[in-house]
Design a protein around this ligand. Structure first.
Ligand SMILES: [Fe+2]
Ligand SMILES: [Fe+2]
Length: 301
């Protein structure tokens, strides 16, 4: 008996996403801020789920069985396009509180129910039967790998607000959200406060997990908390950043070396609210050195 199965893992993820969508539908009129937050979490989760299927799971199944054109994965890919199309339509209408929103969410729930049923009762069990235990482990490892990382926000700040201001008043340098950043080997992000800060500085670029940030907002009830206030450079989803400590990884063709956790500081309580520093302990993000030159671009709007 293998420790993990595709059917259980992906089936549980369907259940989680269905739950988010149900809660979102219930909050739509009564609490628009909570609905927006749930939608963001749902969208990131569903897009990642589909990418894991299309980029990792289906190709392995197709290679093993030879079933590609006209096979079950082709049907699933086609349904994904419909589901993602509707998801983007809902995204576009959410801010305007379009009256057709409830109906569109109902249609999405129906599409997902039919799609998930086929995967859970036909495709996933077939994949479980066709993969060896080690191939199944490869799927789980790939889902945690850099291939699944998505960039949601990129920030630079020209000067230090807190760093070096310990005990004194914070500075007021803005944090600027940008569409792309230029990473320079050994020096940092051009235009950022840590560019050429020190030779071989260990925090040339910092990463932060969007999933951690969403959980912080939810659990400490901080709906207005903004990613920029973390003063980290790159907001990503789809990766456990702590697992990249001591490892090299590649993102959008650029190589980075994970150095250490970017530990939360006392000013996190000021920036977000009481308890933020303690809550973020152990998940404050990742400090990295830049090992090759290139531009990082936002991959998700
Ligand atoms: Fe799917
Ligand atoms: Fe699925």
């Amino acid at each position: 008996m293998r420790a993990r199965s595709i059917t259980t893992h992906f089936g549980n993820d369907h259940e989680r996403l269905d739950g988010l969508l149900r809660r979102l539908a219930a909050k739509l009129r009564r609490d628009p801020t909570a609905a927006d937050r749930l939608f963001r979490e749902f969208k990131v989760g569903l897009e990642r789920h589909i990418r894991c299927e299309e980029e990792i799971l289906f190709p392995i199944f197709e290679a093993k069985t030879g079933l590609q054109d006209g096979g079950p994965t082709e049907v699933m890919r086609h349904e994904h396009r419909q589901i993602l199309g509707l998801l983007n339509e809902i995204h576009g209408n959410l801010a305007g509180r379009d009256p057709s929103l409830e109906e569109a969410i109902g249609v999405l729930q129906g599409l997902l129910a039919a799609h998930n049923h086929k995967e859970e009762y036909i495709l996933y069990p077939a994949i479980d039967r066709s993969l060896s235990a080690s191939e199944c482990d490869d799927v789980f490892a790939a889902m945690q790998g850099p291939k699944m990382i998505r960039i949601h926000h990129l920030f630079v700040s020209p000067g230090h607000n807190f760093f070096g201001h310990h005990g004194g008043p914070p500075g007021n340098h803005p944090v600027i959200e940008v569409e792309q950043i230029e990473c320079v080997v050994g020096r940092g992000i051009r235009g950022d406060r840590f560019f050429d800060f020190k030779e071989d500085y260990k925090g040339q670029i910092t990463f932060f997990s969007l999933e951690v940030f969403e959980a912080l907002r939810r659990e400490l009830n901080l709906p207005d908390a903004q990613p920029a206030a973390t003063r980290r450079n790159v907001f990503v989803s789809g990766v456990d950043l702590n697992k990249l400590v001591g490892r090299e990884f590649k993102l959008q063709g650029i190589r980075f070396a994970g150095v250490e956790e970017c530990r939360p500081c006392y000013w996190m309580d000021k920036a977000f609210g009481p308890g933020a520093e303690a809550w973020l302990n152990g998940q404050g993000g990742l400090r990295c050195r830049i090992l090759s030159n290139g531009w990082l671009r936002r991959s998700i709007s």
